[in-house]
Design a protein around this ligand. Structure first.
Ligand SMILES: Cc1cc2nc3c(=O)[nH]c(=O)nc-3n(C[C@H](O)[C@H](O)[C@H](O)COP(=O)(O)OP(=O)(O)OC[C@H]3O[C@@H](n4cnc5c(N)ncnc54)[C@H](O)[C@@H]3O)c2cc1C
Length: 464
């Protein structure tokens, strides 16, 4: 028998494997952009949903339900057969062996990759004062928003019950720390909730007499939107009764209230039951985990990865970091940055499949700024698109349309439009239910976790 002189073409043992970490704007866009690519994708996220963070404040203030802004990722991707969705927390990324380890309860999964897209986003930063979180939750997750709803509505309930006037005043004082878009939107909505929805529903208190304070260490509201729009937003908030306190830095937070340091160094106390923190962000620790394994990629002060111009880390042309976790000059931590970064990365991965991608000659990522906006109240928003600045009803209309376009799922869009119609034209809000779990679960779980950690440490030391 003669051997064939025709050379066998090497057939790869598997399709190109893409692992995507995170199911936010960056992660979901990445997976959907690879819908027609000849790849196997594994999306791993610690949440089962794709969360539309810009509308979290509406969940916190009883307008929308959590399901309307957070569809289940595996249902969104049900028909995309090249994608597998795994629930899990990433415990390790091994760039040398090209694997990602994810943990769910006590189960570990090790998933190999040829290309990796890390879109793990950011969390709340308390600027080194993590103990503030006990009394001033942030606004990053569904849990945060539901906890906040419980705290806001719970404060009105407690104020109705107490007969102590000072305590009543404390219960009816709401402080939002951080005058960025989230802080502005939340302060405006708490004021509107009190003024419109809760009016006439209590007998001992008048909800509209509550104090809503929006506070920031900076000297302006909405600094990235410029002084003119910042002033407009401030004026509108003040006309609704919100107290805007600027140049005021929070130095302590406790159960009773918070301590504030003025620019001249003097300190004062605000007694308040309900505090919300929307003042800063810290990138996912996965950024540092990645950077430490590279030859020279750094992270910035917020823990974001200082990526190469093609959004990769040094020495790994198919390891991309996108969204809030990437540090790229001129790209803000906004949904558009994450979406555009994910599209850019997946384009390169798709080109690499046919040998058209040469990492050495890649065109750098270019961000297209589509503008930014924030609502102040119903029918009122501020928006900045390029040099165009808008405030008032037309800005609000633009805000409404844009948010509908980016909400995932037709059912969600439909129900959101209906809900907005009812809420903005009337007084009612459909999501006013609160439970003890919303208010206490986070702290109870934290206590449980630290008890478990202590028990495990004691067991270890007994054994050794
Ligand atoms: C309250 C609020 C309001 C906002 N408003 C606006 C707005 O009006 N306009 C705008 O453009 N932008 C807004 N943003 C910013 C915008 O939401 C973010 O820029 C965007 O979500 C970033 O997308 P991302 O994919 O990088 O991260 P994210 O959307 O945060 O997604 C991160 C994903 O990673 C997962 N993850 C994190 N760590 C791990 C881990 N260790 N293991 C597994 N999974 C992990 C998370 O579960 C999540 O699915 C707002 C943000 C917030 C918090």
């Amino acid at each position: 028998m003669t051997t064939s002189s025709v050379e066998q073409t090497a057939v790869p043992a598997h399709r190109h494997r893409v692992v995507v970490i995170g199911s936010g704007f960056g992660g979901l866009t990445a997976v959907q952009s690879l819908k027609r690519a000849d790849v196997d994708i594994t999306l791993i996220s610690r949440t089962t949903t794709h969360l539309f963070q810009p509308l979290l404040y509406q969940v916190a203030t009883g307008i929308l339900s959590e399901g309307e802004i957070a569809p289940t990722t595996r249902l969104v991707l049900r028909k995309q057969t090249n994608a597998t969705v795994l629930l899990g927390d990433i415990s390790a990324i091994d760039l040398e062996h090209r694997t990602v380890t994810s943990r769910l309860m006590t189960m570990d999964s090790v998933i190999p990759f040829d290309s990796l897209i890390v879109a793990a986003g950011a969390q709340q930063s308390y600027f080194g004062n993590d103990q503030f979180a006990t009394y001033a939750p942030g606004m990053k997750t569904i849990d945060d928003a539901l906890e906040l709803r419980g705290r806001i509505l719970g404060a009105f309930e407690a104020a109705e019950v107490t007969t102590d006037l000072a305590e009543r005043e404390r219960r009816l004082t709401f402080v939002v720390v951080g005058a960025g878009p989230t802080g502005v939107e939340l302060a405006g909505q708490i004021a509107e909730l009190a003024e419109r929805t809760l009016a006439g529903a209590f007998r001992s208190i008048k909800p509209s007499e509550c104090r809503v304070i929006l506070m920031d260490a900076a000297s302006a509201v909405l600094p990235p939107m410029g002084p003119k729009l910042g002033r407009k937003a401030q004026q509108r908030l003040e006309s609704m009764g919100v107290e805007v306190q600027l140049n005021a830095m929070v130095t302590d937070v406790d159960y009773q209230g918070l301590t504030v340091k003025e620019k001249d160094g003097t300190e004062r106390r605000i007694e308040c039951a309900c505090k919300v923190w929307s003042a800063g962000v810290q990138a996912s620790p996965l950024g540092v985990m990645l950077a430490e394994q590279t030859d020279g990629t750094e992270t910035d002060r917020a823990g974001r990865v200082v990526v190469e111009p093609d959004l990769t880390v040094k020495g790994h042309p198919y390891v991309f970091v996108v969204g809030d976790l990437m540090a790229v000059p001129g790209v803000p931590g906004m949904a558009q940055g994450a979406i555009q970064g994910a599209k850019y990365a997946t384009k390169l991965i798709t080109k690499s499949l046919t040998g058209e991608d040469d990492p050495a000659t890649r065109a750098p990522f270019k961000y297209f700024d589509k503008g930014s906006m924030a609502t102040v109240s119903r029918f009122d928003a501020v928006a900045k698109v390029g040099k165009i600045e808008m405030a008032g009803f037309f800005a609000w209309l633009a805000w409404l349309l844009l948010h509908l376009v980016y909400l995932v799922g037709y059912k969600n869009r439909f129900s959101t439009v209906l809900t907005w119609l009812v809420t903005f034209t009337g007084r009612g809000r459909g999501q006013m239910a609160i439970t003890s779990q919303m208010i206490y679960a986070r702290l109870a779980v934290e206590r449980l976790q630290s008890q478990q950690a202590e028990a495990a440490a004691a067991k270890d030391s007994e054994a050794s």
